[in-house]
Design a protein around this ligand. Sequence first.
Ligand SMILES: *Cc1c(COP(=O)(O)O)cnc(C)c1O
Ligand SMILES: [Zn+2]
Length: 403
Amino acid sequence: MKKTKLICTQCNKTYSIERVHPRCDVCNEPLEVEKVTKGKIKAGNILKQTILDRYGDFFPFLEIDRTLSLYEGFTPLVESSQLAHELGVKRVLFKNESQNPTWSFKDRGTVVGAQHAITMGYKRIGAVSTGNMAVSVAAYGAKAGLQTFILVSAKLPAEKLTPIAVHNPILIQVDGDYWQLYFDSLEMSKRHDIYFINSDVPFRVEGSKTIAFEICEQMNFASPDYVIVPTSAGGNIRGIMKGFEEFKGSGIIKNVPKIICAQASGCAPIYTAYIRNEECITRVENPHTIAHALENPYPPSGNDVLRKIKRNGGLCVAVSDEAILQAQRELAERTGIFGQPAAAVPLAAIRKLRKEKVLSGKDTVVCIVSGSGLKYMAALEKRSFKIHTCQLENLNKFMEAML
Ligand SMILES: *Cc1c(COP(=O)(O)O)cnc(C)c1O
Ligand SMILES: [Zn+2]
């Protein structure tokens, strides 16, 4: 590892970069890798690079094991002038994270976490997850040939179990409190030498920086005014903010965009603390939203997201399930991108924030489309689609009538 350290996001106590336990011994808040303030983008062809190659200056690894990669990242940034017009903003662009190897942004953090695990000599990795992260860690564990432990809730439906099980990890449905399971996994990690690449561990957060790096490159280093991030545990939004800050610190961009933490009203602990002007989040009892990927009732990085949003000058917002489903539909019908409900939350947030005049007609906004709609088809069960039927011999006439 390069000469750097882990720093507590609250009390600034420092720890070795080789540490695997992700939280501070003093205040139990999340740790993060010391910020990089001198770095360059490596030249070269992204068809032949991994994210760890291209942005190597911004990671603490001395050597990279390319065999760990499934060629995650380098996802498209798709602009919609039609939606910008309808929403009343200057420009709106969608960072389509569904085009990752396992169809969500989680792959970025998984490959970086796996690289740290391998560098530290671990032979086992794991994750506590209900969905996309479990699939991602199972896939990368399979690629790396590592023993992989996936701990999921006992309530997880079969639709979500199969895409994990297909990679043949040690898949355990655990009956009990999910939040407790997160902390117990940290204990298991020490006891059994398993590197849990959980939602907000420092190296997963490092992976999310590359979303910011790519947006900068794709926008010719002119930062957007806002980036809206659908937020659950808080790891991804922390990483995106850190990425912009590191590029600014390195002189690659001039401004850090304002970051918007977008949650679902049915489970919005960070938003609730934000509007009450509180420094700590309160656990949500009975969380319920169609955006299952955002259903963490007590986000482990919640307090740090509050601290960082304040420092960044950004804000928090929450949107209803109804608005989320409408946004999912708009995204599919206007841009051709089929995101899962969580991935449509930023679009729903723009509409709300524009109505409240927080956003103006001069703003350029980037939405993080965090994962694929194909992952969660059950969300569309209540929709009725218009599908025509026709006899073959009548097809010509039928189509003529539609012209
Ligand atoms: C994990 C996930 C999120 C939330 O990210 P956090 O890092 O937990 O805040 C949002 N959308 C999708 C699709 C996800 O898989
Ligand atoms: Zn601390």
